[in-house]
Design a protein around this ligand. Sequence first.
Ligand code: SF4
Length: 385
Amino acid sequence: MLNSEILNNVLENKIISRQDIMEIYQNAVEDSSELFSVAQNLRKRFKKDSVTFSKKAFFNIVNLCKDTCSYCTYKAEPDEKKLSLMSKQQILELLQLAKKYRCVEALFVTGERPEQKYQEARDWLKENGFKSTAEYLIHASELSLELGLFPHTNAGNLNLEEMRELKKTNVSMGIMLENVSERLTEKGMPHYLAASKRPKARLEVLENSGKLGIPMTTGLLVGIGETAEEIIDSILAIKQLHQKYGNIQEVILQNFQPKPDTIMKNTPSADEKYFKTIVALSRIIMPEMNIQIPPNLSPKSYQSFLSVGINDWGGISPLTPDFVNPEFSWPEIDKVDENSRNAGFELKCRFPIYPEFFSFVSKELRDKMSVIENGEGLVKEEYWR
Ligand code: SF4
């Protein structure tokens, strides 16, 4: 029996209110032990003793972006060394290499509609024979599938038609909600210069993914100056979408880390205790959700998040850097395996789509997956190890 009546209610599957969640949060500021233990209890109840990851290659297709988020170091300007404009040949070569490394996922990432702002992006599209970044992504996804790698595209605010096309080849797609706070889009705030990060725009993309039945990964960036109410409302917004469409397959909780070349370079990293509290709250609000933290962003302590409610490490690449967080290299898969085991969990490799969502994708995609799929709907050990 716990001291907190609300947390007892959570364990008994009773519905709790926003006010209750706020109270859990406030109590956790003083003492988080009961919250953490309830989150862990739910995690074990619904996700058992395993933790998953996706073996991926990160395709930095184009990092020009029409927006500017104050924390982003991914975005490049045309004269910068980090500029990436992948040619069809480069994409093919990286796909072939990824296959050699026995990656399962081809993660395709772009900036937000670069062709709207940059002539360089328009020229690049033309040289490769495409009219838009989305069209290029459709081509890259087809190529990826042909080689037996499963595409997962995260290209910002795609429209309904673009997503409908990509659904044919992508087993899942992704877009970070980041936060639903309008306040964070005001002058001086992280999303002021990023129209695509307006909560209404992001929620619309997620709504469209629901209408199209696309297994969707979304998530929050934690520690960018949000209030507790704002982050709780963001978790609740994701929950609401999932209740409506049933297609949110996972929630990534990403802890903010300042980047030297950004406006937020002097903002401190997300506090670890606060971050853990948000992770545990997410588990309590969505007990059956797949909840992920990227291990590279908590290099010394990621395994300790296994005791506050997470059940997934996200994509880990044995061959490409994390272009969104270039200063944080991926841990080696063997090391993650060892650390997970030491914490009492078995590491398993999943597809970019979780088994619970297989009914959302076509028979053609399922047939391709079956070549390397085991009886649990995960990737055969002999393939990924
Ligand atoms: S986070 Fe995305 S939308 Fe924001 S500046 Fe970076 S690439 Fe552009």
